[in-house]
Write a protein that binds this ligand. Structure first.
Ligand code: KIV
Length: 279
């Protein structure tokens, strides 16, 4: 299939227009092969900076680089035909000034072909979100738990439980929506607050550990399919145990090679053309 075929790819305005209609289905993806499996079934694919942990084995998202996001963003955007593709801006690439954020976002969009970028932060990022959206960069905001601030927060706490914190996060939600974000991720946030935010904003809320009250849901693909076994956040529902299948397949392959059972005659080329059926 080519990008010019009859499949219409979802755009940021189309995602925004889904507010108040059906749930918006979002997942992360980082590679072309996974994107081909995910794309027909979801509305939005996020090339998340969670690739720090899932792909690169880092302890947090803080060390992710623009080069990493561009390499994976390009692979995903090329492979997606239906879902809206959003790429995360990595830590330290957008916070200092709106102009820095624009340069980074424009570079990421031009180099990958993604439709939008995501950045973390609430009221303090509103000016930047306005600067970007007024210059042709659709922005998905991200509030509540913001993992790029892991060092400042001292971990990954549930957000929005006390009255003061809930009021601050509600103010963040209003700030990013007012600045022009087309949607907002709410992460690991108490249900009454995410319900309140969802009721009050006119842009879709996409929850991850933020309850059924949100307009849509997002999870990390590796968690959903069980590729990542070391740690399972409470807000994840696992739909497959892929790591176990991969390990079993690799063990069988190793045993076959060790016992000289692989390759078989069907995988072997002779010196005549009689075996030229495939490959
Ligand atoms: O990086 C990420 O994967 C995210 C989540 C919202 C899924 O930001």
């Amino acid at each position: 299939m080519s990008k010019s075929s009859s499949v219409r790819q979802l755009t940021p305005p189309a995602i925004r227009a889904r507010k108040g209609t059906e749930p918006i289905i979002c997942l992360t993806s980082y590679t072309a092969s996974m994107t081909k499996l995910v794309d027909p079934h979801v509305d939005l694919i996020l090339v998340g900076d969670s690739l720090a942990m899932t792909i690169y084995g880092m302890a947090s998202t803080v060390g992710v680089t623009i080069e990493m996001m561009i390499a994976h963003g390009r692979a995903v955007a090329k492979a997606a035909y239906h879902a809206c593709v959003v790429v995360d801006l990595p830590f330290s690439s957008y916070e200092a000034t709106p102009a820095d954020a624009f340069r980074t976002a424009a570079h990421v969009m031009a180099a990958t072909g993604c439709a939008a970028v995501k950045l973390e932060g609430g009221a303090e990022m509103a000016e930047t979100i306005r600067f970007l959206t007024q210059r042709g960069v659709p922005v998905m905001a991200h509030i509540g738990l913001t993992p790029q601030s892991v060092n400042a927060m001292g971990g990954y706490p549930v957000r929005g439980r006390g009255e003061g914190e809930a009021a601050a996060i509600l103010a963040d939600a209003h700030a990013v929506a007012g600045a022009g974000a087309f949607s907002v991720v709410i992460e690991k946030t108490a249900e009454p607050l995410s319900r309140d935010i969802t009721a009050k904003l006119d842009i879709p809320t996409i929850g991850i550990g933020a309850s059924l009250a949100c307009d849509g849901q997002i999870l990390v693909l590796d968690d959903v399919v069980g590729l990542f076994t070391e740690f399972r956040p409470r807000f994840v529902r696992r739909y497959a145990e892929t790591a176990q299948s991969i390990e079993a397949a690799v063990k069988d392959y190793a045993a076959d090679v060790r016992a000289r059972r692989f390759p078989g005659p069907e995988h072997t080329f002779t010196d005549t053309a009689s075996d030229a059926k495939s490959g």
